[in-house]
Structures are given as structure tokens and as C-alpha cells.
Design a protein around this ligand. Sequence first.
Ligand SMILES: *Cc1c(COP(=O)(O)O)cnc(C)c1O
Length: 363
Amino acid sequence: MKEQNIKIDLATTKKQKPAADQLVFGKQFTDHMFVADYTEGKGWHDKRIVPYEPITLDPSAMIFHYGQTVFEGLKAYMGQDGSIRLFRPEKNMERLNKSSNRLSMPKVDEALALEALKKLITIDKDWIPNAEGTSLYIRPFMISTESNLSVSPSKKYRFMIILSPVGAYYKEGINPVKILVENEYIRAVAGGTGTAKTAGNYAASLKAQEEADQKGFSQVLWLDGVEKKFVEEVGSMNIFFKINGEIVTPALNGSILEGVTRNSIIQVLKHWGMRVKERKISMKEVQEAHHNGQLEEAFGTGTAAVISPIGELNWEGEEMVVNEGKTGEISKKLYETLTGIQLGKLEDPFDWVVELPKESSVK
Ligand SMILES: *Cc1c(COP(=O)(O)O)cnc(C)c1O
């Protein structure tokens, strides 16, 4: 993308940046945001980087009524060497388009969206925290903006990117979590919107999460929506098990969201020469493996935590403690490898890291 025509309007007053120990996930935002508008027949227009501020929408804007919206989540890391790194950001833009296709929303130009993102980060680079484990969370998203209460795809959309400095996910070291296997509510079914990163999936998951929380669990493990037998995801993360020396993760089946972290972990494990299987896995099989002493590790994977080890699974009242409630060897090694690559501390044999040019070219 040479000619991207992004208009830049810099903030005249800058906000105070939070101290490293005051970072709260998703509550503080940088000085600028990227905005682009879409009108049917005209395409994307008015691409701009402007001061971060509230937006105004008509109360009849379709997003409020029929929920056409998609989002992404990724991070920028400030390395010890002062370099800013992104981790496979093109995968997020690609997924954004897959999600928007499912929601009958327009495509963004992936290369242009990435250029816009890099430009925005460069402008707000002083916001990237550099303490151990901290990062700049990036939230690209699209909403339907046409004023119209009739049920149909909107003819107008807005695409935005906002940035939020975030603290370390693990402040006191990696802690395995307690998980409740959810038998009543379901997250998604094949044919639905489970493979899209869209608000409705999250709205539908809150009830289960709330109830699990009250019972003292961190997250729920989602089963398939048809038979409620097969493992799908854990909270808003993908899930992996180590059973008798082999790594198993549910195969993508039309209701599971394909995580960039999931994809990366499969590649890293294969690179290490480990056996990895993407296949159907039932809760019964997990239970039997536990009874036989073969359930060696279990962990969730996603951008926020990278790896979240599971210390206990509760299924229909049965408590299954995994690896004595401690972080497993593979979980730890994967965490160190992925975060090492993301921070530029380890070699990147996969060419995943996108380094931003050191000198700001923004005037
Ligand atoms: C975002 C998300 C994930 C994890 O995806 P990453 O790209 O690894 O962050 C997993 N499951 C659901 C439902 C998600 O929304």
C-alpha cells in the first residue's frame, strides 16, 4: 500500500500515561485512534487518525439493534532493545475479514488496515509500557452504522482501531486455574457464529461465566452444542490437553474460533518434534485419561494470557486435579517460547514477528 490517504489529526493535549503498576486491562486508552467509514457503492473512505474521543451514532444505528459487529485482539510489545514488535498481525486482519464475511459485513483491505495500525502505534508509541509482561493491547473492530430498523445488512459501517496499555497477565507467576465444565449453556454451534469474533458470542457466554464465577471457578469449559459431549473451548481461549505424551486439541469444527495462539502452538510443538493431534475429544475421554493417570497437562491458549494452565476440571461434580494443580512442563516451555519470540528475546524461526521501523516517519 503506497498511497493510503490516511489523514492525520494529532491531539493538541496529551493524556497522562498510567504508571506501570496502575495498568488495568481495557480501561485506559492512548491519545489517538484510527477511523474509516464505509458506504455501499462507495467503499471505504475518510481514513483518518484522530484524537481518541467518543463517537456519535443515531439511536437507530443498526449496531444497537441487530448486532452486526466484529472485532480483533492483538498486542504490540516493547522489547528491551527499544524495538516495537507485533506478533503475526496479518493473521488478525485475515480473521477480521473472515468474521465480517460471516456477519455480512464488508471486507477491509488487510494490507491497508495493517499499515494504518502501524502508523497509529508509531504515533502513540510512548504509550507502550516496557515493564516485564506489559504490552499495548490493540482492538480493531467494525460496527454497522446505518440508521435503519429494518432487518437487513447495513449499508454503512465504521472500522476503528483503539489502543490500550495493559499490565502483566501473570503478576505473581503463572497460576493454574479451576475450570467448570459447562453442561447447560452453550457458546456456539456449527453453522452459527462461533468461528467469527463477534460480540453476540460473548454476550451469550456471560451467563455461564457469571454462574461459574459464583461457584468459585475462573472459567467454563464449553462442550459442543449438539451432544454436549465434546470439548470445544475454555472461556474465550482454545484448549489443549497432554494425554499420555501426546498433545491433543479439538479439531476446528465450525463452532470453534481459530486462535492465532492455537495455530502458533501447534506449529511450535511440531517444530519440537512432538506429536500433536487436532481431533474430536470427548469429556469422557478426558475423564478416563484422568482416571488412568494419563491426563498430564491441560491449558487454554489466547492472546491475553498466551498460556493459561488448568489446575482442576470439574465435570458433573467430579473434581479432576491436573498435574497436582501445578503448571506443567510443556505449558511452561510453550509460554516461555512464545513470549520469548514476541519480545525478541528468542530466535523466530517462523518469521512471525513484525518489527516496526525504529525511526518514526510521522510528521
Ligand atoms: C479470540 C478468541 C480466542 C483466542 O484467539 P487468539 O487469536 O489466540 O487470541 C479463542 N476463542 C475465542 C472464542 C476467541 O474469541
